[in-house]
Structures are given as structure tokens and as C-alpha cells.
Design a protein around this ligand. Structure first.
Ligand SMILES: NC(=O)c1ccc[n+]([C@@H]2O[C@H](COP(=O)([O-])OP(=O)(O)OC[C@H]3O[C@@H](n4cnc5c(N)ncnc54)[C@H](O)[C@@H]3O)[C@@H](O)[C@H]2O)c1
Length: 268
């Protein structure tokens, strides 16, 4: 189905690779004009170039979500180029290997590591929302999609700062939906389970992938297109009565009793 986002304009943060790349390409394929926004200039330019080469409408823009002026410039450039903003996908996160490695035992956790997780994941989401909402009001409404994570609602032995920052994203999602619903702005969050990308494959050992697959109710792990399809749905008018929701896209891994994985494996 094509054309579901015809005449709409979308900004996707962190879309120069991996999940964000799949999401921005899927929105462009549905007819949206898209801004490929990333601190990774090279990635953003590659993705925008590929979209334009396939007949889409894309613009690459550098943004550093740590810097409010950089966010303001992204929004200004988008309005100058496309004239409106209908969709904001807050996908970027601080997933740098050194950050994730240092985000471990709570008694050893450095405040700088905690702050670095919140600065991009939560504060960056807030800044993008703050500066895009006025343009959405001007356009008569909009859809904001925040990429959170399954670990925002489940305890884990790793990444307490990342998990807590994504919990903040969930709360902020409900606040945004509440404050701007009457302006016809919807805001929802996604909770991806493990999504197979070059990055996650390099960070997650084989045994852990096998364990995750065992506990996933469906017969496979997730891929970036699984997230992109949900993002397109939430961005589109098909989801026009869906707001304030925290939706898992995880093959069902977060929905069942811990012993179920073993039972499923014995039935496979
Ligand atoms: N891959 C998974 O298994 C998984 C699972 C749950 C949630 N998620 C979430 O999905 C989203 C995408 O993850 P991914 O796996 O594609 O990882 P990724 O590292 O490829 O994507 C993050 C993007 O954010 C950008 N970014 C980082 N800091 C930035 C800053 N200061 N300003 C602007 N951009 C910045 C990076 O350059 C990168 O392109 C993230 O929010 C992540 O937390 C991923």
C-alpha cells in the first residue's frame, strides 16, 4: 500500500543508519517528504541520496540533539524546505559502545553516564517535541512517535541509565499526548524488543540471541522493517484515534510467564 503519507512531511532523528534508516525510507515510500536528521552527517547524506535516487523526497540534515540551537535550526530548515511538519519520529538514542559498556552496575555508575543517556534519549526527545509542536499546530495536527525500548518496562541486569531514560520517554509521551490532543496532535511510543541490526548483532552474544529467540512467541527475532511498519501506521491517518499509547513491537517477548520459553522450545 503506497501513498498513506502523501503530502505529509516527516522528521526522523537518528535516521542515518539501522532502525531510523528503515523508518525514514518506509515513510518516504508512502509519499512523505522526509528529513533524514542525524549527528552522523555521512549516514544522513547516504540515506537521503538513496531515497531521492528512488524517486522520493528527502533532505539530509545534521543535528546534535544535545544542542537546542541545533534542534531549532533543524526545524527552521525543514520549514524553509518543505513548508510544514506533520510527523516527528524521535528515534535517536545514545547507543555508543563505550556509553553502553559503562552503563552497568548501579553501585559503580558514574553520574556522567547517567546524564549522557538522559541527554540524548529523554532531553533530545523533549527538545524535538518542543520545537516541532508549534509547526504541527500550524499544520492543523500531527503525529509524534517516540522510540522507547522494552527495557523501559522490564527490569534488566544491564543499562540502568538507558532503561530509566526510556522510562522518561514513556512518561513524556503521555504528557505530550495529553497537552496537545485537542490540537489534533497524537503522540505514541514504541517499545522494540531486540531488533537485529549490524549494531545489535555486534553487541549481543550468540547465546543471548538464542535465549531471546526462545522466549519470543513468534518464530523469529525482529528486524528494522518491523519497527518501520508500525511507525508508518502510527504516522498515518489510519491511526487517527490512537494516542498516548506505549506499544510493544517485540514478537510477544514481554507478554508471558518466564517458564513459557522452555515449554515453547519443547513444542518446537
Ligand atoms: N536495536 C535494538 O535492538 C533496539 C531495541 C530497543 C530500542 N531500540 C531503540 O531504537 C532506536 C534506534 O536504534 P538503533 O538500533 O537503530 O541504533 P543506532 O545507534 O543505529 O541509532 C541511533 C541513532 O541516533 C543517532 N544519534 C546519537 N546521538 C545523537 C545526537 N546527539 N544527535 C543526533 N543524533 C544522534 C546516531 O548517530 C544513530 O544514527 C533507538 O532509540 C534505540 O534505543 C533499539
Amino acid at each position: 500500500m503506497k501513498g498513506r503519507l502523501k503530502d505529509k512531511v516527516a522528521i526522523v532523528t537518528g535516521s542515518g543508519a539501522n532502525i531510523g534508516e528503515a523508518c525514514v525510507k518506509a515513510m518516504a515510500a508512502e509519499g512523505a517528504g522526509v528529513v533524514v536528521a542525524d549527528i552522523n552527517r555521512e549516514g544522513a547524506e547516504r540515506v537521503a541520496g538513496e531515497i531521492n535516487a528512488n524517486g522520493g523526497r528527502a533532505m539530509a540534515r545534521y543535528v546534535d540533539l544535545l544542542d537546542e540551537n541545533s534542534v531549532k535550526n533543524l526545524v527552521k530548515d525543514t520549514l524553509e524546505h518543505f513548508g510544514r511538519i506533520d510527523i516527528l519520529h524521535n528515534n535517536a538514542a545514545n547507543t555508543q559502545a563505550a556509553q553502553m559498556a559503562a552503563d552497568a552496575g548501579i553501585t559503580d555508575l558514574e553520574c556522567s553516564v547517567w546524564d549522557a543517556a538522559f541527554a540524548v534519549n529523554a532531553r533530545g526527545t523533549m527538545l524535538m517535541t518542543k520545537h516541532c509542536v508549534p509547526a504541527m499546530i500550524e499544520a492543523g495536527g500531527g503525529s509524534i512517535i517516540n522510540t522507547s525500548s522494552g527495557v523501559s518496562i522490564l527490569g534488566d541486569i544491564f543499562t540502568p541509565a538507558y532503561s530509566a531514560s526510556k522510562g522518561a520517554v514513556n512518561s513524556f509521551t503521555r504528557n505530550t499526548a495529553t497537552q496537545y490532543g485537542k490540537k489534533n496532535i497524537r503522540c505514541n511510543a514504541l517499545l522494540p524488543g531486540l531488533i537485529l541490526t549490524d549494531l545489535s548483532r555486534s553487541m549481543v552474544p550468540e547465546e543471548q540471541l538464542a535465549m531471546l529467540e526462545k522466549h519470543t512467541l513468534l518464530p523469529r527475532l525482529g528486524n528494522p522493517d518491523d519497527i518501520a511498519r508500525m511507525v508508518v501506521f502510527l504516522a498515518s491517518d489510519e491511526a487517527s484515534f490512537v494516542t498516548g499509547q506505549i506499544l510493544a513491537v517485540d514478537g510477544g517477548i514481554s507478554t508471558h510467564q518466564p517458564f513459557v520459553g522452555d515449554v515453547l522450545q519443547s513444542m518446537a
